[in-house]
Design a protein around this ligand. Structure first.
Ligand SMILES: CCOC(=O)CCc1ccc(S(N)(=O)=O)cc1
Ligand SMILES: [Zn+2]
Length: 260
């Protein structure tokens, strides 16, 4: 059954390099964003054109909860900012911690957030499929959004309500008509750098665009993420899906740029 990677003691981020040697590469993600980042006035705004976006389903892949989109045309794309082409929305998913513990992947001046949302896009101008793009240095663009605990998020309940249907690894259910634009913070100011997927296969193919402002979600809403299981319904050992984040990786001389 191919890879057995996970977030446990035996199969977690510290041993991923055994099956995925690129884990020790020169442009790995996530990273810590230092307090002072060089401001690049040539960096334009990031534009998210999601108006005709078409979510298809929501699923539990044993590592996170993922919402997939119809990416057969340019209905939902991001462009601008550091990107030279439009990139098509493929899916979004989350990373989170345990009760009372933070679970973001990127950190800011050493500080973690409660959770991190990843909006995953691929360069359909240059590559013929997501899988081809995922293996190319300019193939993917992931928008990262930090979640901090606070008030209930008005729209997140549509996702947390659907989680009851995808509790176990391998489950999937219809999830149509969801537009992730409702999950964006008020400001689209961002940091950007060249990095990788934060889970195996850890391909060094991601232009990261991290929004500086977090969105607020309630502890109650985050608690519903933790009702998900890493394991399938048929597996006997229960394992609550939490702490599914990779810690920050060495910067290795990379430049991080800040939009205005
Ligand atoms: C070639 C197949 O590759 C995949 O399926 C990668 C899926 C995948 C997409 C995004 C991310 S993340 N956390 O960096 O946003 C990790 C893994
Ligand atoms: Zn992710």
């Amino acid at each position: 059954k191919g890879n057995h990677w996970g977030y446990g003691q035996e199969n977690g981020p510290d041993v991923w390099h055994k099956n995925y040697p690129v884990a020790l590469g020169s442009r790995q993600s996530p990273i810590d964003i230092p307090r002072q980042v060089s401001h690049d006035p040539s960096l334009g705004p990031i534009v998210l054109d999601y108006d005709h976006c078409t979510s298809i389903n929501i699923s539990n892949n044993g590592h996170s909860v993922v919402v997939y989109f119809d990416d057969t045309d340019d209905r939902s794309v991001i462009h601008g900012g550091p990107l030279e082409n439009p990139y098509r929305l493929k899916q979004f998913h989350f990373h989170w911690g345990g009760k009372g513990c933070d679970g973001s992947e990127h950190t800011v001046a050493g500080n973690s957030y409660a959770s991190e949302l990843h909006l995953v896009h691929w360069n359909a101008v240059k590559y013929k499929s997501f899988d081809h793009a995922a293996a190319a240095p300019d193939g993917l663009a992931v928008v990262g959004i930090f979640l901090e605990t606070g008030d209930d998020h008005r729209w997140l309940h549509t996702i947390t309500d659907a989680m009851y249907m995808v509790k176990y690894k391998g489950s999937v259910t219809d999830f149509k008509g969801f537009n992730p634009k409702c999950l964006l913070p008020s400001s689209l100011h961002y940091w950007t750098y060249l990095g990788s997927l934060t889970t195996p296969p850890l391909h060094e193919s991601v232009t990261w665009i991290l929004l500086k402002d977090p969105i607020a979600v309630s502890e109650k809403q985050l608690g519903k993420f933790r009702l998900l299981q890493f394991t399938g319904e048929e597996e006997d050992q229960r394992s609550r899906m939490e702490n599914n984040f990779r810690p920050p990786q060495p910067l290795k001389g990379r430049r991080i740029r800040s939009s205005n």
